[in-house]
Design a binder for this molecule. Structure first.
Ligand SMILES: CC(=O)N[C@H]1[C@@H](OP(=O)(O)OP(=O)(O)OC[C@H]2O[C@@H](n3ccc(=O)[nH]c3=O)[C@H](O)[C@@H]2O)O[C@H](CO)[C@@H](O)[C@@H]1O[C@H](C)C(=O)O
Ligand SMILES: Nc1ncnc2c1ncn2[C@@H]1O[C@H](COP(=O)(O)OP(=O)(O)OP(=O)(O)O)[C@@H](O)[C@H]1O
Ligand SMILES: C[C@H](N)C(=O)O
Length: 528
């Protein structure tokens, strides 16, 4: 069995192909006209996009999905590859006997698995029985990265945003990068892009420990904090994972506002949003506006220019400073970097402005860790404080603000906890992180595939939050959240839907309820 990924025409079969990391990889292979097959229990616009490129995707996960590879090669070949366009979902049924064993082994697919796939998964089981080469998602990412001058973005918080910002910068600077990120960006219509230069920008996820397989020319680390307690039993394990990754990168660009990055990784190139730090890249004269941020950037103590950002919050200034540092490492002029970053419209579900209906502003955000909730609510509170005299400074730069303005009077946070393990381990911190919201609504925990241990609930979390916050509401279902919001919301509210689960499904219906003075061009009937 080969232990390296074969990019010479052998088919790929992705189990969990619709995942945000898996689908980016499948996209790159399909663009290379390699035969791409896969399965996912959930149909989505992501699986549909891959199918439109010629990938063959099964909506169920059972042994019969491999029947297709027991047929003569020409049969499945005609069913896959971007050359054939949209393909039929009918399964091939020719008997196995029609090929010799040797031929069959040759045409057995390389199976790519997400960590979301349980070892008991019937399709995974049959792949093992047949002797298919089986790779984890990270093995394929590592193999692709090895072909390029890679920039891999790691860190507990901000990987998707920062990798998207860096990718956007390289794209605008004409460096034509290949991109694989963990969120969707309109500039390349999805989570992946094939470029024609030596550069590749990738998100490097630490959630399952597979980060240790990645080696990059430039590694960016935004911060390190305990998360994913399902995988990491101690903080030391997490730190050691980041250290192994950092040691495998030629250059580490790291945010030294995080003491763990500073002390354990000792970045080659450092950045900090604290003007007093001695980082290589810092900022000063920061202005947090209602529709963006402006700051003077310093390179090793010397002012190099003004950075304008359409994103909100100190965390996004930090993410943008990482992009500045990477851009300078690639010898880009600061003016080119600043111009690109000023145009970055953001990533879907990361403080994504969904519209203003009935004087209520709707925002979708992926925050699922107490620190992420804290920085996002601080950004929302900052927007509220600056919203009465809405600044036009960003607009003067001929940029249409991502967050068009109207006065805000109240910050409303709706949170769907994500994973039992995280909710239980970080309960104390979750109880304290909603201070910047005027009203907090909690709902039930989104399992993300975890079994319910039966000792933790959204209701319990709501009780804990209420010990520190005067206005906490608990609704047990998304349907109940929707109904309650229609009763509670009023003009002047900035409503944030927080979480990495499916809470954002309710946004279109709540927006539709309040639809009246729509000036955003968003159709509220579209489901998220
Ligand atoms: C689990 C895991 O390691 N997930 C990480 C991985 O995504 P990926 O490996 O693609 O994983 P998925 O997005 O979690 O998507 C997993 C896909 O798998 C299907 N499924 C799941 C179970 C099953 O039995 N059958 C089955 O088909 C399911 O329907 C979904 O489409 O890589 C991404 C990019 O770095 C990370 O953002 C992501 O982290 C986290 C999570 C995040 O940021 O949200
Ligand atoms: N630098 C940062 N520090 C703290 N929180 C951040 C930072 N950047 C973004 N966030 C918050 O974290 C949320 C997720 O951001 P993003 O998707 O960029 O991070 P991520 O590390 O890829 O997340 P994950 O891998 O856990 O999905 C954002 O919606 C925001 O609330
Ligand atoms: C969304 C987050 N990275 C998780 O799966 O826990």
């Amino acid at each position: 069995m080969p232990n390296t990924v074969d990019f010479n025409g052998r088919p790929f079969h992705f189990i969990g192909i619709g995942g945000i990391g898996m689908s980016a990889l499948a996209y790159i292979l399909a663009q290379r006209n390699l035969p791409v097959f896969g399965s996912d229990l959930q149909n989505s616009h992501i699986t549909e996009r891959l199918e439109a490129m010629g990938a063959h995707i099964f909506g169920s996960q059972d042994a019969s999905n491999f029947d297709i590879f027991k047929t003569p090669k020409h049969n499945w070949e005609s069913m896959a590859s971007g050359l054939s366009g949209k393909i039929s979902s009918e399964k091939a049924t020719l008997p196995r006997e029609s090929s010799s064993i040797a031929q069959l082994e040759q045409q057995l697919p390389q199976v790519i698995c997400s960590t979301a796939i349980h070892p008991e998964n019937p399709e995974y089981q049959v792949a093992r029985e047949l002797g298919c080469p089986i790779f984890h998602r990270s093995d394929l990412l590592a193999a692709l990265m090895a072909e390029y001058q890679s920039i891999a973005v790691a860190g507990t918080h901000g990987k998707t945003t920062t990798s998207s910002l860096i990718a956007f910068l390289l794209l605008k600077a004409g460096l034509d990068p290949t991109i694989l990120v963990g969120g969707e960006v309109n500039a390349w219509e999805g989570n992946a892009r094939v470029g024609h230069s030596p550069y590749l920008v990738a998100e490097a996820d630490e959630s399952d420990g597979s980060l240790v397989k990645l080696a990059s020319h430039i590694g960016v680390v935004t911060n390190i904090e305990l998360d994913h307690p399902d995988h990491y039993k101690t903080l030391d394990q997490l730190i050691s994972t980041f250290r192994i990754f950092a040691n495998q990168c030629e250059t580490i660009v790291g945010c030294i506002d995080c003491t763990m990055v500073r002390d354990y990784l000792k970045p080659t190139i450092s950045y900090s949003i604290n003007s007093q730090s001695n980082a290589d890249y810092t900022v000063d004269a920061v202005q947090y506006l209602a529709d963006g941020i402006m700051a003077q950037v310093y390179e090793r103590g010397e002012a190099i220019g003004l950075l304008k950002l359409q994103l909100l919050g100190a965390h996004n200034l930090s993410n943008a400073l990482a992009a500045v540092a990477v851009g300078r490492l690639l010898n880009l002029e600061f003016s080119v970097i600043a111009q690109a970053i000023a145009q970055f419209p953001g990533t879907k579900r990361r403080f994504e402005y969904r519209g203003n209906y009935g004087g209520i502003q709707f925002v979708d955000d992926y925050a699922h860790h107490p620190s992420e909730i804290r920085v996002t609510l601080a950004a929302a509170r900052g927007r509220l404080q600056n919203s009465s005299g809405l600044s036009s400074t960003l607009s003067e730069a001929a940029i249409t603000p991502v967050h068009p303005g109207s006065e805000i009077k109240r910050v409303v946070a709706i949170f769907q906890p994500h994973r039992y393990s995280r909710t239980e381990t970080l309960m104390e911190d979750f109880a304290l992180c909603f201070g910047d919201a005027d009203l907090v609504m909690l709902t039930e925990i989104y399992s993300a595939g975890e079994a319910n241990p039966g000792r933790i609930s959204g209701q319990q979390l709501a009780t804990r939050v209420a010990e520190h916050h005067p206005h906490v509401d608990y609704q047990s279902s998304l349907e109940a959240v929707k109904t309650r919001l229609c009763q509670l919301l009023k003009p002047g509210d900035l409503v944030l839907f927080l979480g990495a689960g499916n809470l954002n499904r309710v946004i279109p219906e709540v927006m539709a309820f309040f639809q009246s003075d729509d000036n955003s061009g968003i159709n509220p009937t579209v489901t998220a």
